[in-house]
Write a protein that binds this ligand. Structure first.
Ligand SMILES: [Zn+2]
Length: 413
């Protein structure tokens, strides 16, 4: 490893962090978390960089990264250079958006998240919905039958906290068997209303997360493990803790102290958080845990768990229907009501949830792809390296390696 390269990368990393913080002054949602040097914040506050200053500095940093000769560097150092370049390129695209440049849905996804999302035709979803129709009994449309079926599996409000805490404890214990976490790692859970998302992890640094749950709409039993794994263990909380303890504190890479929300890093964060559900509680283990612990706490009939998850599994195949609604809505080929109607028809959402989801599109736009495409790319990447479902040890190993490295979406292909 060349000393010069390290010095240059450290300097550019510092510029990167300051540019992310500066962009955060123009875009409230941009900085998702920051636990780096406080003096950076003070400096950025004092300078109040304009968007054109940010653009210019970003362009210079990218040019400098391009000029580095990385051929004799180790893989991790090469990844670091790629990471800085890709994150900065995305940052410039966000500056373009804030200065009025219009991107199509696919252009925006590529520019911000370093991937081109796949497209699916209506008939793809029609087939799955038809399959769903034959699986569900009752009268009415598939959507009505599905939402009727699910009614029994709404977690009662007074049981929410106990159900979530049990799910988190299970996911945490299982994760700790495979991943060393800092001794002081911890989290709190808050319940609140009127947000465009269903759950959120606010990482505060020093291995501490504030996990928030939105209770606007009914919460079904499957969300307990999903949210516990996604927001907590081995999802966002663990991902951020490892970035902080390994990349930032151990290696001294300051870029790991900031998390830019509309950036390629989010595809890795959301993709690993979603894939992590299957890593921490795969197939049978999950059903067993739900039957033995969660269903009884929620006052549900454990004998119905298998059927619930059989239908849920088919439902998950409709995941990309949401992306199509977002694409249509953001490209202007669907109105809000049309996008919501599509979500009702092909994502089988209740009308209320579909409206909530269109508000998510307003705020987060093409961010939606990070969940399902992210999950698929992470799954392919880990399984290609031998982390298949029948080799859980290897699956955890590869998962851990991925969440403690600066690898980005294009690096998963
Ligand atoms: Zn998430």
């Amino acid at each position: 490893m060349s000393q010069d390269i390290t010095i240059t990368l450290n300097r550019i990393a510092e510029t990167y962090v300051k540019l992310v913080l500066s962009l955060g002054q123009h875009d409230d949602s941009y900085v998702d978390s920051f636990y780096g040097p406080v003096k950076f914040l003070q400096e950025v506050k004092k300078e109040q960089k304009s968007l054109s200053d940010i653009r210019l500095m970003g362009q210079r940093a990218i040019a400098e990264l391009n000029d580095l000769n990385m051929s004799s560097e180790t893989e991790i150092i090469q990844l670091r250079q790629q990471y800085l370049k890709t994150q900065l390129t995305s940052l410039l695209a966000r500056v373009d958006m804030l200065t009025g440049k219009k991107f199509s849905f696919d252009e925006e996804a590529k520019a911000l998240y370093d991937v081109i999302p796949p497209s699916f035709t209506e008939s793809h979803f029609q087939k799955i919905v038809a399959e769903m129709d034959t699986l569900l009994s009752g009268k009415g449309s598939v959507n009505e039958k599905y939402n009727q079926f699910k009614k029994e599996f709404i977690i009662p409000k007074d049981k929410l906290d106990q159900v979530f805490k049990s799910a988190i404890t299970e996911c945490r214990n299982r994760t700790k068997e495979h991943i060393d976490l800092p001794d002081n790692e911890n989290f709190t859970i808050e319940y609140l209303n009127d947000k465009p998302w269903s759950g959120y992890n606010w990482y505060k640094g020093d291995s501490f997360s504030l996990i928030q749950m939105n209770t606007d709409l009914p919460i079904y039993i499957d969300r307990a493990v999903d949210l516990a794994a996604h927001e907590g263990y081995p999802g966002h909380h663990v991902y951020n803790s490892l970035l902080e303890s390994i990349l930032y504190k151990k290696y001294g890479w300051v870029e790991a102290s900031v998390y830019a929300l509309f950036s390629p890093q989010s595809l890795i964060a959301e993709g690993t958080a979603n894939f992590g559900i299957d890593v921490v509680l795969p197939g049978k283990d999950r059903i067993e845990f739900e039957k033995k612990i969660l269903f009884p706490i929620a006052g549900m009939d454990s004998n119905k768990a298998e059927r619930y998850y059989q239908i849920h599994e088919l439902f998950l195949k409709l995941g990309y229907a949401g992306n199509e609604a977002a694409r249509g809505y953001l490209n202007g080929t669907m109105t809000r009501d049309e996008a919501a109607a599509w979500l009702v028809k092909y994502a089988l959402m209740s009308p209320d949830r579909a409206q909530q989801r269109t508000r998510f599109f307003d705020t987060y736009r093409s961010y939606v792809i990070n969940y399902n495409l992210g999950q698929d790319l992470v799954k392919q990447y880990i399984e290609k390296r031998g982390g298949t479902p029948d080799k859980p040890q290897q699956r955890w190993e590869e998962f851990k390696k991925l969440i403690s490295s600066p690898r980005l979406p294009s690096g998963l292909m």
